[in-house]
Design a protein around this ligand. Structure first.
Ligand SMILES: [Zn+2]
Length: 329
């Protein structure tokens, strides 16, 4: 028996890098908004497939298209970050969802960035937006969003994402959009290797110049790719509970996070869509400790990767890196 006190995971400075902003809404707030607007926002008991998940998301967008509701989401989600020890959040956002609300994609982005900055200053949380392209939309649309994201580099947008079902919508067709983002200094942060195999992770690295891969867990099926991710320092933003509920892994014990870390791959821990899947980021960290058996050194390494591989400012990074070292000391 050891009497070493258990380190408090709340006190560990961390970044949340794979978090779809709408799904960071509190369950109670969402239920309240749904009731007020007469919109069904009920969360399915289980997600048989990706389409059940997408359907719920559409109901959420409907209530959040009301400006006050969107602002409440931003305020509360940033307050929740502070409570979980998140010093930087890179929210995946789709400002084009709110064109009718604000008048244009740019005006929506302006409003979101300003509101997030205000709430961030109040709670001591830095926010960077990841403009997220829906891969089921056209290549032309993706390129148009990339140009908007690029125009906001250095003033609120830090990365370009690519979400939705990989199957039938391969990464490589969006190479132009990501070239525009990289040219502007944004990070390339596509989803890959969730519902498709390691070949899509490789395409995200080669065709989209990925700095981080959201999910990327199927990379473990290829030793060569795993070694390459480790050598190139490409971070995987993994989400254990999401992977379980969407059937990416058969059971939680089968999650490859520890194997990936053992192979030297940088990984961050994330919640993906907490209002749909249940756990917030702190609970995911707890799960990594208690179920996936990560040591505190491994947990701290994940937190360090989340900070170092993020779009956070240098000042936030420096302070967090020191805080992580102090947590482990
Ligand atoms: Zn995601």
């Amino acid at each position: 028996m050891s009497d070493t006190p258990v380190r408090d995971l709340t006190a560990l400075p961390k970044a949340h890098l794979h978090i779809h902003h709408e799904a960071a809404i509190r369950a109670t707030t969402l239920a309240e908004m749904g009731a007020a607007e007469g919109v069904d926002v009920s969360v399915p008991e289980e997600f048989d497939d990706f389409s059940a998940f997408s359907q719920t998301y559409r109901g959420m967008l409907q209530v959040l298209s009301i400006k006050e509701n969107l602002f409440r989401l931003i305020d509360e989600s940033i307050e929740d970050c502070a409570r979980e020890g998140i010093v930087y959040a890179e929210f995946g956002a789709s400002p084009h969802f709110y064109v009718d609300t604000f008048g244009s994609t740019e005006l929506a982005l302006d409003a979101m960035i300003a509101r997030a900055r205000e709430a961030g200053e109040r709670w001591g949380v830095e926010v960077g937006y990841m403009v997220t392209v829906d891969r089921t939309e056209s290549v032309e649309t993706a390129t148009a969003y990339a140009k908007i994201a690029a125009a906001y580099a250095g003033r609120g947008v830090v990365s370009l994402g690519l979400a939705n079902d990989e199957r039938g919508h391969p990464a490589e067709q969006f190479h132009e959009a990501f070239a525009i983002a990289k040219e502007a200094g944004l990070l390339s942060t596509p989803h890959a290797g969730e519902l498709a195999g390691p070949e899509q992770v490789e395409k995200a690295v080669d065709a989209l110049q990925a700095d981080r891969i959201l999910h990327g867990v199927t990379a473990i099926e290829s030793d060569a790719l795993t070694a390459r991710l480790a050598a190139e320092g490409i971070c995987l933003d993994v989400c254990p509970t999401s992977n379980l509920l969407l059937g990416v892994i058969p059971e939680i014990d089968a999650h490859p996070l520890k194997q990936l870390l053992d192979a030297g791959v940088r990984c961050s821990i994330n919640a993906d869509d907490p209002v749909l899947f249940g756990p917030g980021l702190l609970s995911e960290y707890e799960l990594c400790r208690s179920v996936l058996r990560l040591t505190d050194e491994e947990i701290a390494a994940c937190a360090l990767s989340s900070i170092e591989c993020s779009g956070a400012s240098d000042a936030v990074k420096q302070k967090a890196v020191a805080g992580i070292a102090a947590w482990l000391a």
